[in-house]
Write a protein that binds this ligand. Structure first.
Ligand SMILES: [Ca+2]
Ligand SMILES: [Ca+2]
Ligand SMILES: [Ca+2]
Length: 283
């Protein structure tokens, strides 16, 4: 009898443990932030389309006509609770057609949150590759389009575009906000940007992490269809008749606050085991 009781108890404990691990496995366990001081290694990145690792950078699209590329961290990241991401970039060799202000080079690149695919890539030209369903794009736009001047303050702006779960576009229905940037994005120098999200507010900083270029009221949890609060994060870039090199030099991303799901999962397993023991003790 005692042997049967013990085996029953250990079977129950193993079952609870398996159930708890399954539960934990279904949750995002992204305790390690994304950190690429450079791209000498591109482990965990999916590099798509015309994007490529070039030396220790990722070139999203290059200075030749009609290119488009993207790169995504392969594991979805917690975005709904909030995140901070910083990245450095360089735009060189602007060439090709002139924009509405008579300046060449384009079209720009974007930091994108999307829950469609780790191989997602949209159209080139003014779409900069971010024509992706279920996405929000923070564009660094270097080509002022004559057909939607009102959305584009100049040839050097940041913009936030989303159609919620629909397919994103650079056009008016997807327009949330835009603002001219103080720094010249296309001067060939290294620039650093930061995108900070807390539920209800998205802030974009360029070269000055005290004063945001743009603050946009947005709630990712209601705007997008997320997977338990997570989505793919990464970058797209592109050009058309105007083109330039869109180079990503470094990238850091962290869910804020830091996810506590691992400690929650471990705590849950221990709690379930203790509960099982108490129940078995009463039998
Ligand atoms: Ca330009
Ligand atoms: Ca544009
Ligand atoms: Ca724009």
């Amino acid at each position: 009898m005692m042997g049967a009781a013990r085996s029953c108890r250990s079977y129950a404990a193993v079952s609870w443990f398996a159930a708890a691990m399954l539960l934990a496995g279904s949750r995002p366990l992204q305790a390690v932030p994304i950190s690429f001081p450079d791209f000498s290694s591109t482990t965990d990145l999916n590099i798509v389309g015309d994007a490529a690792q070039v030396g220790n950078i990722v070139r999203l699209s290059s200075s030749s006509p009609g290119e488009r590329g993207s790169t995504w961290f392969r594991a979805k990241q917690g975005v709904e609770v909030g995140f901070d991401t910083t990245f450095s970039f360089r735009i060189t060799a602007p060439a090709g057609a002139d924009d509405a202000d008579g300046l060449n080079g384009g079209d720009g690149f974007a930091f994108v949150v999307q829950n469609t695919s780790d191989a997602a890539l949209g159209l080139a030209n003014s779409y900069m590759g971010y024509e992706i369903a279920n996405s929000l794009a923070v564009e660094f736009d270097t080509f002022r389009n004559g057909n939607f001047l009102a959305l584009e303050p100049n040839s050097n702006h940041v913009g936030v575009q989303s159609l919620g779960t629909g397919v994103n576009t650079p056009f008016a229905p997807a327009f949330l906000a835009s603002a001219a940037v103080g720094s010249n994005l296309s001067d060939g120098g290294v620039h650093t940007a930061k995108v900070s999200y807390a539920p209800g507010s998205l802030q974009i900083f360029v070269d000055d992490f005290i004063h945001p270029v743009l603050t946009v009221p947005v709630d990712l949890g209601s705007l997008l269809n997320l997977s338990a609060g997570t989505a793919y994060v990464g970058f797209t870039g592109g050009g058309a008749a105007a083109y330039e090199n869109h180079d990503l030099l470094s990238w850091h991303f962290a869910t804020v606050p830091e996810p506590s799901s691992i400690s929650l999962a471990v705590g849950g397993v221990l709690g379930l085991l203790a509960l099982t023991r108490r129940r078995q003790a009463r039998i």
